[in-house]
Write a protein that binds this ligand. Structure first.
Ligand SMILES: C[S@@+](CC[C@H](N)C(=O)[O-])C[C@H]1O[C@@H](n2cnc3c(N)ncnc32)[C@H](O)[C@@H]1O
Length: 387
């Protein structure tokens, strides 16, 4: 009873929107007004765990089925995560157990743990293009598929491609951007990924599309890109910087700089945060083990060191909120098939991941930016972004 009381007192800090907490058959109203959802605890969570990391304690309880949301999971997370700034995480305690370094070996393992869990699983809830990054909803009624096509078209336009140019895609995923670039602009493209599953699927798609003369894909860490040749007119990297790790942002940009021709264009699309922070412990432990979210100013500081000049910066935060809500809906619509691949704990974790990320974008806890930059100066580009 004492533990239950301590837990309720702790949860009362989430007082900005009214909701009910159910525990041991008792109901407690948190906040004021009519509750919009209920958090049903089937077990008391020790106060010590809540204080050490609220995010881990609640996230793990949800995965284990010790906590259920009655009502809409996204709405509940949207309310609760918007208030997470009131809670701290004991970083010292957590560091040793879950923040591995971003060495090559660790990163390969981390990337595999996320992307090599089966292309069939990803096919269930991504769109046909297999894009695993923020779409671009140009029109209110755009489908996810259309939004992903829009995003790639938009990026390729920003890159100002011309026939015969060389394009490198760092973190090419399942290859859709490269394939579109080769079809539309007849560029010579190279994609690199650390995921074996993506690598195989990418090769298959390139062959099926008859683009083997234009495109190649390599299973390669960005740190192994050649350091002696300015080979690429254009470089693009979408949703990959988040894997690089805070200590390696400069190294990453150095590697890009070394492969680029002078005056070349680089489009960097990444999840960002207003300020530097260590990230959410639950996401780091279960979803992206070595990941970190850079602030815009951190990236720009590193850019300056490599003589990258900013052409354009665009924010796409609400587009990622919407993309994630589409993924979450697809995931729910295919939950029966997903059940044949993974256990209940994994599926609860994935549902939580997609909903929680949608909520964090909605609350501006994280953002997404595209930075278009030139390697050195290029005076031959159009003067506005509207080209
Ligand atoms: C979120 S996915 C984005 C995929 C794709 N760009 C898209 O938009 O659909 C991140 C990609 O980064 C790649 N990646 C992560 N760490 C990497 C590294 N150290 N070197 C090369 N690729 C890496 C992953 O293999 C994956 O392809």
């Amino acid at each position: 009873m004492l533990e239950e009381q301590a837990m309720i007192t702790f949860l009362k800090k989430f007082d900005e929107h009214p909701f009910l907490v159910k525990i041991n058959g008792h109901e407690h109203l948190i906040g004021e007004g009519a509750p919009t959802f209920t958090v049903n605890f089937k077990k008391v969570i020790p106060l010590k765990d809540l204080v050490t990391s609220t995010s881990l304690a609640l996230g793990e309880a949800y995965m284990d089925g010790d906590l259920d949301i009655e009502g809409n999971l996204y709405q509940a997370l949207d309310n609760l995560l918007g208030q997470m700034g009131k809670f701290s995480t004991d970083e010292h305690h957590l560091k040793s157990i879950m923040f591995p370094s971003s060495s090559k070996k660790n990163q390969k393992k981390e990337v595999s743990s996320h992307y090599d869990i089966g292309n069939d699983f990803y096919k269930l809830w991504l769109d046909e293009t297999m894009s695993y990054s923020c779409g671009y909803f140009k029109h209110e009624d755009d489908t996810l598929y259309q939004a992903q096509k829009n995003k790639v078209d938009y990026i390729l336009e920003k890159l100002y491609l011309k026939e015969g140019m060389t394009l490198l895609d760092i973190g090419c995923g399942w290859g859709f951007l490269l394939i579109e670039a080769a079809k539309k602009y007849k560029i010579k493209g190279t994609g690199i990924t650390l995921s074996e599953e993506q690598y195989k699927e990418c090769q298959k798609r390139i062959k099926e599309e008859g683009l083997s003369d234009y495109l190649e894909v390599k299973l390669m860490d960005y740190r192994d890109l050649p350091s002696d040749g300015k080979m690429y007119d254009r470089v693009v990297s979408v949703g990959m910087l988040e894997h690089v790790g805070r200590e390696n942002y400069q190294l990453y940009l150095d590697c890009v700089s070394k492969v680029m021709k002078d005056g070349g264009l680089f489009l960097l699309h990444f999840i960002s945060a207003l300020k530097e922070h260590p990230g959410d412990p639950w996401i780091k432990k279960y979803i992206f083990p070595g990941g970190s979210v850079p602030s815009l100013r951190e990236v720009m500081n590193c850019m300056a060191e490599d003589n990258f000049h900013t052409q354009d910066i665009e924010d796409l935060r609400l587009h990622y909120n919407r993309t994630l809500l589409c993924w979450e809906k697809n995931f729910k619509d295919h939950i029966e098939e997903a059940h044949t691949m993974f256990d209940e704990r994994f599926l609860r974790m994935w549902d939580m991941y997609l909903s929680a990320c949608a909520a964090t974008f909605h609350n501006g806890i994280i953002d997404i930016h595209q930075i278009l930059m030139t390697k050195g100066i290029n005076n031959n580009l159009p003067m506005t972004r509207w080209y």
